[in-house]
Structures are given as structure tokens and as C-alpha cells.
Design a binder for this molecule. Structure first.
Ligand code: GLU
Length: 301
């Protein structure tokens, strides 16, 4: 799979939004420990706690996944994927340059806590908007709609055709994801669900034969299968949920409207489509055209 960071220059023509509210207390204001994951600058240096290297230049901490090829992926000092591209577009519109962005790993189970503790200012990490999460944090967007699906070994195609087929089988998903419980709760109470901190661990279990399927959103699974290569894994291709990817914000943030405006601009100027295409190239994945590009759901007052 071609791992592409869409050229920022293409977006430079669009005027940055004025964002007075952003530059005071909110983004980057708090120093925190980073137990949830590594904290690296965009050029791969350990940022430590000194808060940026150019005087009072404000840094924005963005939570992404580090192990989801095509969505949020860390390769040395490079961060690639659709979530990264949307994050860079949106934050540029908010008035931040790429060198003010610090990407921080935001594992599924730690996203609400990281926003609540001020460890990150925003999260772009395949983060489904749910009522329960909405109680703890705010969401802008959605900027993409995926669907939950299954990843299996290609030799099991035709046998495992959907979540109902998983009774008595071993299934891997990630703690704190919407995917982890849905299969057990709604489709296969007898499935043996193994939860892992990240998707790469689940892939190892699947290729190693310890589990029969990995479940999460189809676009994530397509990227993982393509990165594995050799056609040994395949996505079943029968999605059974709607996952609306939101931009996670601390509760009470006043950035939601500006972020929605920026996402809409990305859709309208073609950069959204270009980012989807570039980041799914070679995976065989096509977004659900009935749901994408999504409509902004509006911000709670
Ligand atoms: N979109 C789902 C979620 O937010 C699954 C993917 C993930 O773990 O990030 O829980």
C-alpha cells in the first residue's frame, strides 16, 4: 500500500480561520506526563517537556493511532494516513503550521482520558462518535463513516461470512473500541473474545492461528490486510455497523464549529477525496458512497 501524506502545499491557498479562542488556555496549555503513549515531534525527536523549541511558539498535541496503516501510522519520524491528513488540513485551517503539530499516540481505550487530562488537544483516531463517549468528551465532525467488519485468513473465506459465524471461534479486537463487545453482545455470544491494546497485536494472533478473526472498522482492516501483504488475510466485506469518525475534543471546547467548517472545506475543495484515495490505494477498499462524504452533525451549544 502506498502510504501517502497528502501535500500540505495543496491546501495552503485556503485562508486560515481566525482562532482567538484557540491560542489561550486550550491547546497545548498543559504539561502532562504521557503514560498513554510515546510523545514525539513531527520530525521524530523526543520532545521532552520543554514545550517546543522556538520560544513561545504554541504546539498543538494531536492524538492519532500509530499502528493503523492508511489511517494513523508512525514510521520513524513520519506520520501518515487519512486521520493524519485530515488533522493537518483542519489544524492548518485553524491557523497552525505543520511544525506546530505534535502527534501523540492515542490508543483506543485511552482516548477519553487523554482528552480529559489535557494530554492531547484533539484526537483524530478512527474515533467513533457514540452517546456514551459524548458524555465524557465533545466531538466535531464526522469526517468519515466506516462500518464494522471482520478480517479473516483467506483460507477461511466462504466459511466465516459474517459475525454470526463466530460462535465457538476465537475473535480478537481492541480494548476500549466499539468493536470489541458488539460481536459478542449482538451476534455471537459464544465467541471467545480476546482483547488487545492495539490492532497490530490482533494481526499477529490471526496470522499465528490463535484467533479466527479480527473485528473492527472495515477501513482499518483493509489497511492492515494490505500491510500484511501476500493476500493471506482478507476483509469479509459485509459491514454490520455505522462508525462516524469524529474529532475528539475536551468537554466544553469552543473549537467544534471551526473544525466542522474546516472539514467541510476539505470536502468541498477535493482534498478529502484525494486523501481517501491516496490512503486506501492498493487496499481494495471503497468507502460507502451513501454515507461519504459525511454531513456534519452540528455542535452542541
Ligand atoms: N471506530 C471504533 C472506535 O472508535 C473502532 C476503531 C478504534 O478502535 O479506533 O472504537
Amino acid at each position: 500500500m502506498k502510504s501517502t501524506r497528502v501535500a500540505l502545499a495543496a491546501f495552503a491557498a485556503v485562508g486560515a480561520l481566525t482562532l482567538a479562542a484557540c491560542s489561550t488556555a486550550e491547546p497545548g496549555a498543559e504539561e502532562t506526563d504521557t503514560e498513554a503513549g510515546e510523545e514525539m515531534t513531527d520530525d521524530g525527536e523526543d520532545s521532552g517537556d520543554e514545550g517546543g523549541d522556538s520560544g513561545d511558539m504554541e504546539t498543538l498535541r494531536i492524538g492519532i493511532k500509530f499502528d493503523q496503516p492508511g489511517l494513523g501510522f508512525q514510521d520513524g519520524g513520519d506520520y501518515t494516513g487519512f486521520d493524519v491528513d485530515v488533522a493537518l488540513y483542519v489544524t492548518e485551517q485553524l491557523g497552525y503550521s505543520a511544525d506546530q503539530i505534535e502527534f501523540v499516540e492515542a490508543p483506543s481505550a485511552q482516548r477519553e482520558t487523554m482528552l480529559q487530562n489535557g494530554q492531547v488537544d484533539m484526537i483524530f483516531a478512527t474515533y467513533s462518535i457514540t452517546d456514551e463517549r459524548d458524555e465524557a468528551v465533545d466531538f466535531a465532525g464526522p469526517y468519515f463513516v466506516a462500518g464494522q467488519d471482520l478480517l479473516i485468513r483467506s483460507e477461511d473465506a466462504g466459511t466465516i461470512t459474517g459475525p454470526e459465524a463466530l460462535d465457538d471461534l476465537n475473535l480478537c479486537s481492541v480494548s476500549g473500541s466499539t468493536s470489541a463487545q458488539r460481536v459478542k453482545d449482538e451476534y455471537a455470544a459464544g465467541a471467545n473474545l480476546i482483547e488487545q491494546p492495539g490492532y497490530s497485536e490482533c494481526i499477529q494472533f490471526l496470522t499465528g492461528g490463535q484467533v479466527d478473526a479480527v473485528t473492527t472498522d472495515d477501513i482499518i482492516l483493509a489497511g492492515l490486510a494490505a500491510a500484511e501483504g501476500s493476500g493471506s488475510l482478507q476483509v469479509v466485506g459485509a459491514p454490520f455497523s455505522e462508525e462516524n469518525y469524529g474529532v475528539g475534543l475536551p468537554e466544553g471546547s469552543d473549537l467544534c464549529e471551526d473544525i466542522n467548517t474546516a472539514i467541510q472545506a476539505m470536502i468541498d475543495d477535493g482534498a478529502w477525496e484525494a486523501a481517501v484515495t491516496a490512503n486506501t490505494d492498493g487496499t481494495g477498499y471503497t468507502p460507502n458512497a451513501d454515507l461519504n462524504p459525511p454531513e456534519m452533525r452540528g455542535c452542541a451549544s
